[in-house]
Design a protein around this ligand. Structure first.
Ligand SMILES: NC(=O)C1=CN([C@@H]2O[C@H](COP(=O)(O)OP(=O)(O)OC[C@H]3O[C@@H](n4cnc5c(N)ncnc54)[C@H](OP(=O)(O)O)[C@@H]3O)[C@@H](O)[C@H]2O)C=CC1
Ligand SMILES: O=C(CO)COP(=O)(O)O
Length: 346
């Protein structure tokens, strides 16, 4: 395995900071690109990112910069940790800085509005010739920076990329497993944000432990049904990037998506909930896109539909829950007993 000498991280928010910190702790020099010169100056002088992780030491191997060309050029490996909403624009504007053969890894868990593209597809379209990968899994940034024992998945068809990412990120608190199914790994990371909002909402209403388990498991069934309709392999959802990420975001109040649902369950409007968090909650946008796609493709997604009704059409949570519970009872595992399509059940 060739040694990696230079790594770039694009995006100076929670996850970009967490990944840059892991890399630096593993002894790599990291060019850390962000848009805000003041933030870059603070990180350069204080070796911490006070807006996202006040008090967390980042060390001296992280070199913040607002010059994206300087960050990318010469880096063998580039991690992109930007919200999906801005992902294509940022990559498009700096596409000329990339060389063929460079390894580019998206950590973004979202979907592009036009064309329902995932970020690896955006990378392939914008950066022909680069090697593309996706990093996804149960990776709450706040826990990663605190060295909680964590695992993730690097998905790529490119073996060199998979092994390079395992090499540069793996250490005594972070394990990186490999997968070939880029689309499935990425889709799981995007979809689970919707169900994290559902779980937050239910938690705010005082759900029991049985309810929590039912919600997470039926979320997995719904995600898998959607994946199959998109031509993806639902088996990937059995891994860390599927059920793993679903569990952490549906049970942790550190998840921004969970917190959006929770705040709404306590009576906040969607705008209030999102503003209060002040960081990206990808699930809000993903919900809209998946709701639309499910309608278009005729995929049965009662949790998506119920959450959409609450968020966008002012439906009462009690009415939605009641409709879900009264719907016709159906198959547990649809790969064993196909779902009956003449009724409707959670
Ligand atoms: N946080 C987490 O636990 C994890 C997050 N992810 C995923 O990573 C992605 C990024 O999330 P995260 O880092 O948490 O988000 P944050 O909200 O913490 O940070 C977003 C970052 O994007 C920057 N940004 C926003 N718009 C632009 C733009 N137009 N040009 C340049 N930079 C921009 C922000 O800059 P500024 O600070 O100047 O506003 C900020 O640095 C998301 O898809 C998320 O789902 C994946 C795994 C875990
Ligand atoms: O994806 C995440 C953990 O794996 C982070 O979730 P949130 O974006 O909901 O905070």
């Amino acid at each position: 395995m060739e040694a990696i000498h230079q790594i770039a991280v694009l995006g100076g928010g929670s996850f970009g900071t967490a990944i840059a910190k892991v890399l630096a702790e593993n002894g790599y020099r990291v060019r850390f690109w962000m848009r805000d010169p003041e933030q870059a100056e603070l990180i350069r002088n204080q070796h911490e990112n006070p807006r996202y992780f006040p008090g967390v030491e980042l060390g001296t191997l992280i070199e913040p910069t607002t010059d994206i060309e300087a960050a990318i050029s010469g880096a063998e490996l580039v991690f992109v940790a930007l919200p999906s909403k801005v992902f294509r624009n940022v990559i498009h504007d700096c596409a000329h800085c990339f060389d063929a053969g460079q390894m580019v890894v998206s950590t973004t868990k979202g979907i592009e509005r036009i064309g329902f593209r995932l970020m690896s597809q955006v990378l392939e379209e914008e950066l022909p010739g680069v090697r593309v990968g996706v990093l996804s899994g149960p990776n709450l940034a706040g826990e990663l920076v605190a060295h909680e024992l964590t695992a993730s998945v690097i998905a790529s068809e490119d073996r060199k990329l998979r092994e390079s990412v395992q090499q540069v990120l793996g250490n005594d608190y972070f394990r990186v497993y490999a997968n070939l199914d880029v689309y499935g790994v990425e889709l799981g990371g995007a979809l689970k944000n919707i169900y994290a909002m559902v779980s937050g909402l239910a938690a705010a209403r005082g759900m029991g432990e049985n309810t929590k388990s039912m919600l997470i498991t039926r979320s997995l069934a719904e995600m898998s049904r959607f994946a199959v309709s998109m031509g993806a392999n639902p088996m990937t959802f059995l891994g860390l990037s599927g059920v793993g990420d679903l569990i952490v975001t549906c049970t942790s109040s550190m998840s921004r998506n969970y917190r959006v649902g929770y705040a709404m369950g306590k009576g906040a409007t969607l705008d209030e909930a999102v503003t209060e968090i002040g960081q990206v909650a990808e699930g809000v946008r993903t919900l809209e896109l998946v709701h639309e796609k499910a309608l278009e493709m005729g995929v049965y997604m009662p949790l998506v539909r119920g959450l959409y009704e609450v968020l966008y059409n002012g439906a009462s949570i009690d009415d939605v829950v009641s409709a879900l519970m009264k719907a016709a009872q159906n198959s547990d595992v649809e790969f064993i007993l196909p779902r009956q399509t003449d009724g409707a059940a959670i």
